[in-house]
Design a protein around this ligand. Structure first.
Ligand code: ATP
Length: 362
């Protein structure tokens, strides 16, 4: 029996619509190759900074309702430096979605693909395969819109929120992920990244990590301070397996992770909760290259693959999981011989050319 997945699509700002087009074409293609096992129905939702500039709203209620009803949400990029809320912060409906749907687990796979120019090479010649799990609903981001500025303008403070309930679900998610990966030959280790030696709320974060670790005796529980991790992610990233961290640290380290993969255009992500999930490339709206057909759509395409993997697992549709693997293989094949070079790697391959190359490999 065929399953139809309803997907809320938010192309957003800047390069968002440009990378969405090839992604949807590729998703359509794998659905059409699934022998009728699943179909995809896309519903476009207008939101973002350009929408805010026109309508005074970043994400209308109707869009939020449609997103809530959808089986999954695919989001490209939101925000433009020139459009801001009255408090000076950028328009970021993706943060509102994470909070509204409690998408606590921000999954950022850091996996290298042959043929993509990389800043670092494993001396053992192996490809990199680690996953960063970024808490995505609280931490230092909980202070968004709530900064206190003293009346005499002499100081400002922000608040970091770390709550037990969110941490327990986040760590259990990370340990389960390490267990799944261990079954596929990975190390079976979760490293908690914090600053427990200086910040009390992050000592609390580590305390809950160690409590939850006791429930997963088959998985190694490891920890590191964020500054040491920034160093080690450059010196020896291949020694890690699953990393889990607070929201702000995760925001920073996921860009470092994208660099390890070659660039932001290669880095997919998923923000996963207990009921809903948003799939979105790690990059932003890249206004500097928007409208020029220069963006690398691979991160968006690989985010679409993560969406099919999640939908397939959640609904027991193995063909959707197979389709996810086919997309990943097609991206790997498209880049394999090293001739497909987007602008971010110094080449000239356009957004549409890269999309076509991946489609061709399907
Ligand atoms: P945000 O804070 O919204 O995540 P950001 O400040 O990290 O955004 P991006 O919009 O991601 O900034 O862009 C950072 C740099 O990476 C820019 O120079 C941009 O052109 C480049 N970049 C981002 N995405 C891509 C892509 N898909 N292809 C090529 N270059 C990209």
């Amino acid at each position: 029996m065929s399953k139809t997945f309803r997907i809320a699509v938010l192309p957003g700002d800047g390069i968002g619509p440009e990378v969405t087009a090839p992604c949807l074409a590729i998703l359509d293609k794998v659905a059409s190759q699934s022998d009728g096992a699943f179909a995809l129905e896309f519903q476009n939702i207008d939101a973002g900074a350009a929408y805010y500039a026109q309508h005074g709203l970043s994400l209308p209620d109707a869009g939020m309702t449609s997103a809530a009803k959808a089986d999954a949400i695919l989001l490209a990029a939101m925000g433009l430096p020139s459009v801001r809320y009255p408090d000076g912060t950028e328009i970021a409906p993706q943060l509102e979605l994470r909070e509204a749907f409690q998408l606590y687990a921000g999954v950022r796979p850091i996996r290298t693909i042959g043929g993509v120019p990389l800043p670092l090479a494993d001396p053992r010649g192996q490809s990199l395969d680690i996953v960063l799990v970024r808490e995505s609903t609280e931490g230092l981001f909980a202070s968004r819109g709530k900064t206190f500025v003293a009346d005499d303008d002499s100081y400002a403070t922000d608040e970091m929120r770390i709550s037990r309930d969110v941490c327990e679900r986040l760590f259990d998610f990370s340990f389960r992920l390490a267990r799944e990966r261990k079954a596929r030959g990975r190390a079976g280790r979760v490293t908690c990244i914090d600053k427990a030696n200086v910040i009390g709320s992050l000592a609390y974060f580590r305390k809950i990590f160690l409590e939850r670790a006791a429930a997963f005796p088959d998985i190694e529980a490891d920890f590191a301070y964020v500054d040491a991790m920034a160093l080690n992610l450059v010196k020896r990233p291949w020694d890690y397996d699953v990393l889990v961290t607070e929201n702000m640290f995760g925001d920073i380290l996921s860009d470092l992770g994208a660099a390890l993969m070659g660039g932001l255009g290669m880095a997919p992500s998923a923000d996963i909760g207990d009921h809903q999930a948003v799939f979105q490339p790690c990059h932003g709206s890249a206004p500097d290259i928007a409208g020029q057909n220069k963006a690398n759509p691979s991160a968006m395409v690989l985010s679409g693959a993560m969406m099919l993997q999640w939908l397939g697992e959640k609904h027991g549709v193995s063909q959707a999981q197979l389709a996810a693997q086919r997309i990943e293989s097609a991206v790997a094949k498209a880049f394999a011989d090293g001739t497909l070079l987007p602008g971010e790697f110094g080449g000239t391959a356009s957004t549409s050319e890269i999309g076509k190359a991946i489609l061709h490999c399907l």
